[in-house]
Design a protein. Structure first.
Lengths: 220, 275, 229
């Protein structure tokens, strides 16, 4: 029953959601809307659970004095302080979060925003380094990939038209880039979209019909 | 040691430094390289221009601070574009890292329109977890999913929400998105199911996969990355952060292109010598 | 151009953390590790508290409190269970129970109960995604591919033929029920070339995206922190 009941629940809800796509009658649409609201609430609880798990794993690391445990103290303290400040700000704001001028907004603007942006900005350096050291053209296919990449990279920015501005319009990098994006690139991407759609439909039906059960995990 | 061998053994930190300088330089000393508007961006502008003045438009800003340089200029220009047409704007955010940032951007732009008031001319409904479930649930009732807006007000008490029921209340969806959930899900769940016309501004990394949607008409227009944002600013006669960044973008691309070509020329030379 | 260095404490914090993270480019160091762990802690804390106030409080707790008083967002209806679309009142106890069951994952002995909550999520999303992909990615894309090859313009015909050849051969590349030999082999090889072009275009756009992020941070340091105008 520990596996059968969840499987039955998945099947029932999944089939109902598919039915709601085709049947607009309120006998179907109202329960479907209720189920969507249930999913929204349970997903939010899932995010809270994820955060709680981060706390549990790192507290465990600190108690065992694992390598780098000092930094994990920074992590745990910042997590707890952010939550505590958020609770206070939310209560004072009557549910508005994060309100303008609050400490939570300060944390968001000056800590979260700056660090989040910079983490991803590091990738620009690594992409240049990888282009020099790892991008090797050894086959015809790799050559085609490289040529397409060069046309798109240079054609998408003003320097492409500056470099090829002396050529007739159809041969300039900007025009070539647009043609590549509109035609060969789009056709291949459409093929991938159609193939992926077939795959998702098949997997969705497998999950709903209980053939795919990996999400249940565990043994019992 | 041959020059090519020396170059291949070069510490990667020199490449990092070169990239840093080539990007920093044009930001301090602009090159003013010429920009022009490409067809997908022009289609975006035309689709927004076709919206009747004074109508209520849905704008979903699905991104977080990691995508600020690409997404924020698009958001600013699109919001300004809509407010200049006297459109009322209802904003939602589906990324948990986004609502604070989006509210700051919208508030900053709304100050340029002193006659426009929050709650009457625009509203930020804030964030809701649930991805596609939120998108489908909004089709049954916007206020049902967002009973409170980002600032804690009751949504159905706000003047801008008085005539808003569901997707049928909007002539257009303007989606600015950085990934999942975002444009693809809006196309699948909303454009496909509720037939709401939509335009999208997306990060460059995801732009290529949306060209099929543009070609099929599921998207009426597409802004791709910082270049798309800069072209949108150009079409609206603005000089925002995206336009200011295009010179640096150009030199960065030239460096990566040179790295690819040089790396392969050296590798080819080494392979020939070893034979 | 002149310098107007910011006097705002928050901007200096943001700039310092930005430089701490950039220091990783030289080599891994305590400043970077500190910033990295601070980022994870703040992110996780912010996620928890945001989801609590925007969903759990707004969509669950507040409506349940109203329902306990026999009212809801439609005041003309009376009763704790007198629900209608969008106003589910006491019926929201059901998602509340499922949400609570999710937390049983933290206790191994009763962790199996979280499967019931997962079943709700998986069922809803499997249903939504199946129809979404079918309509948005399959039907609409196939429909958009069925276009006339000739409309009076040679350029249009060339482009449409290239598109059609690219689409069909790329689809055939993914057809694995037969060995790629003979005609299918040629078609599959052609499809691979089109796919390589699309991957090259994706690489080019990825480079643009990554460099944009770097430009954004430099713009913050130059314009907001140092006030270079």
């Amino acid at each position: 029953m520990k596996r059968e009941v969840p499987l039955l629940l998945t099947a029932g809800i999944g089939l109902f959601m598919i039915l709601s796509f085709f049947v607009p009658h309120h006998f179907i649409s109202v329960p479907a809307d209720f189920l969507q609201n249930c999913a929204i609430i349970v997903v939010a609880c899932g995010y809270v659970l994820g955060g709680a798990n981060v706390l549990r794993v790192n507290l465990d690391s600190i108690s065992k004095r694992e390598a780098g445990w000092g930094y994990k103290v920074v992590l745990v303290v910042s997590l707890v302080v952010t939550i505590a400040i958020g609770i206070i700000d939310g209560i004072h704001g009557h549910g508005s979060f994060p309100g303008e001028g609050t400490h939570s907004k300060w944390i968001y603007d000056n800590l979260y925003t700056s660090m989040s942006g910079t983490m991803f900005a590091l990738l620009a350096f690594f992409i240049a380094s990888a282009a020099f050291r790892a991008f090797r053209i050894r086959t015809v296919e790799a050559g085609m990939l490289a040529v397409a990449a060069l046309i798109v990279m240079l054609g998408r920015v003003p320097v492409g038209d500056v470099m090829t501005g002396w050529l007739p319009e159809p041969l300039r990098l900007g025009t070539l880039q647009q043609w590549v994006m509109d035609n060969p690139q789009s056709s291949a991407k459409r093929a991938i979209l159609i193939g992926a759609a077939l795959g998702v439909m098949a997997t969705g039906l497998r999950v709903i019909l209980g053939i795919e059960r990996s999400y249940l995990g565990g043994e019992d | 040691m041959a020059f090519g061998d020396w170059l291949v053994r070069l510490d990667r930190r020199w490449i990092f430094l070169t990239m840093g300088l080539l990007v920093l330089g044009p930001l301090i000393f602009p090159l003013s390289l010429p920009l022009h508007v490409t067809p997908p961006v022009q289609a975006f502008v035309d689709a927004v221009d076709k919206v009747p003045n004074g109508s209520t438009v849905l704008m979903s800003c699905d991104y977080d601070p990691a995508s600020i340089p690409e997404m924020v200029p698009m958001t600013r220009t699109a919001f300004r574009h809509l407010l200049s047409k006297d459109c009322k704007v209802v904003v939602t955010v589906l990324w948990f890292g986004g609502p604070g940032l989006v509210d700051s951007v919208l508030t900053e732009v709304s100050r340029e329109f002193p006659t426009k008031a929050y709650g009457r001319d625009w509203v930020n409904l804030g964030y809701k977890a649930g991805n596609e479930a939120v998108m489908v649930a909004l089709g049954q009732g916007i206020v049902n999913v967002f009973p409170r807006d980002y600032r804690g007000n009751e949504s159905n008490a706000l003047p801008v929400m008085q005539h808003v029921r569901d997707y049928s209340s909007f002539p257009l969806l303007v989606n600015i998105s950085a990934g999942y959930p975002g444009t693809k899900e809006w196309v699948q769940q909303v454009q496909g199911r509720f037939h709401l016309p939509m335009v999208a501004g997306v990060t460059a990394v995801s732009a290529p996969e949306y060209y099929p949607y543009l070609q099929s008409g599921q998207l009426r227009g597409l802004l791709g990355g910082m270049a798309g944002a800069a072209e949108y600013e150009l079409s609206r006669h603005e000089k925002g952060s995206a336009s200011r960044g295009m010179d640096a973008q150009s030199l960065g691309h030239v460096l990566v292109a040179l790295c690819i070509v040089l790396g392969n020329v050296i590798a080819f030379g080494q392979r020939r010598r070893s034979r | 151009m002149s310098l107007h260095i910011s006097h705002v404490f928050g901007v200096w914090c943001a700039a310092a953390l930005t430089l701490f993270i950039f220091s990783f480019l030289y080599k891994d160091n305590p400043f970077y590790k500190f910033a990295e762990h601070l980022f994870v802690g703040v992110s996780a804390g912010y996620t928890i508290i945001l989801n609590y106030w925007t969903v759990i409080d707004a969509n669950l707790i507040q409506p349940l409190i109203l329902a306990a008083h026999g009212t809801g967002t439609h005041p003309e209806l009376h009763g704790a269970f007198a629900a209608q679309q969008g106003d589910y009142r006491m019926w929201l106890v059901i998602p509340a129970i499922f949400g609570a069951l999710l937390f049983t994952r933290l206790i191994p002995r009763i962790g199996w109960m979280s499967r019931l909550a997962l079943a709700v999520i998986i069922g809803v999303y499997a249903g939504i995604k199946t129809t979404g992909f079918a309509q948005g990615d399959f039907v609409a894309q196939v429909q958009a591919s069925l276009v006339p090859l000739w409309n009076g313009s040679i350029a249009y015909t060339v482009n449409t033929v290239v598109f059609a050849v690219g689409l069909i051969t790329s689809l055939l590349f993914f057809f694995f029920s037969r060995e790629h030999k003979g005609g299918l082999g040629v078609a599959s090889r052609t499809g691979m070339y089109f796919l390589m072009v699309s991957f090259g275009a994706a690489y080019g756009y990825t480079v643009m995206s990554r460099i944009s992020l770097l430009i954004g941070r430099f713009q913050f340091l130059l314009e907001t922190w140092l006030g270079l105008r």
